[in-house]
Design a protein around this ligand. Sequence first.
Ligand SMILES: [Zn+2]
Length: 478
Amino acid sequence: MTALEPVIGLEIHVQLATETKMFCGCRLSFGDEPNSHICPVCLGHPGVLPNVNEQAIVYALMIGEALGCEIAERSTFHRKNYFYPDLPKGYQISQYDHPIAVDGRLGDVRVHRAHLEEDAAKLSHKGASGRIHGSGASVVDFNRGGTPLVEIVSEPDIRSAAQAREWAQLLRATLASLGVSDCNMEEGSLRVDGNVSLRPAGSDELGTKTELKNMNSFRFLERGIEAEIERQRELIESGQEVEQETLHFHPDDGSLTPMRSKEYAHDYRYFPEPDLVPVVPTAEMREAARAALPELPAARKERYLTELDLPEATAASLAFQPELGGFFEDALAANSDATPRAIANWVTGDLVAALREQDLGEDPYRSKAEPREIAALAAMVEGKQVSHSAGKQILAKLAAEGGTAAGVVESEGLAQISDDSEIDAMIDAAIESEPEAADQVRSGNEKAIGRIVGAAMKNSQGRIDGGLAREKILERLG
Ligand SMILES: [Zn+2]
């Protein structure tokens, strides 16, 4: 059997951070008293007329420009009809055959389209069963109803779960840099759905695809797509067929279950929204959107590579993770004694590991470490005031408890030993404690030196510079 190749496309809904809703003057809010930001328009009362939010248009234009899309000279709104309690009008106003932006590209994935629409309200299921027809109840909070959204649809150019995660991260970083959304996946202001199918490698045809929902972190996105690729692979390899359906990913056990039928009813009977005029952006609006673009993550990565000489992977993780990149920029600005490369290594290496250990997600600002102290630490290690392994201890302490790098050096007694006779005594002791390794080094096997260096570092609690220790040991052993 020919190998099977995954074909993946992503659909991203991003909530725009406008002051007010898409078609009325209600304020946007997260976490406010339920149903405190509502009016006849977003409640779908009869006879009311929607009004387009101009800020949402501006943001959509910025997104279109940032994704290298063609901006439509004229885009229109449609009604997407379906019945569900979170949709008081019985339809969602969206864009259908004339979206505001088409044919873009971000990194190595083409963007099919980006269009404007409004969000549905928030439905919560309460009570024992958690089901609408069970013993519990369902309640609707209309605060979110009518929030402006941009839906971005990629072409199916993605070939692995890891690539899907990387691209979604790049997209999120790009949107975050524009300031058009807070892009918070946990709170649902950035929602990523995946379309997955398999086909024989090298084929141009597309297999039957499934749609994956509820992947509310990048890790879940990667895991969900991975699980679906495996599920489809097993079906196909055992001669069964993949059914076109919408699946819900359960992060706890990694399983995928079909959604209730209403949620994949595709007969929406789109028809033109008669109450809204087409969006016709003026030349000035488009020029303003282009001018408002900041340095985008892809360009930022390029700058890190060429101007700061960072390694490829480090540049990508700083440029594509806005919080990490922001922290790095702050550290860089705070201390010019350390090289950018050293600061970048501490931020993407030990600081990220500390975040993981403390379960703080991907945002270094949630740790106790201050950017300028990480930079100070990098400078101390580079200036050989403390050893690299002492640096690791200092960073862990800063991340857990805060304070200054100098303060931790002082309180933990981590300053590099600079007294020559003290260093020599420790080197001698290390050689004596590893007689076998010493003999091997004497007879020309330089690799054995690692154990002696290790002993010296251990005895000095990391207060000797590893490079210096190595030099001195070699000197002694000829
Ligand atoms: Zn309203």
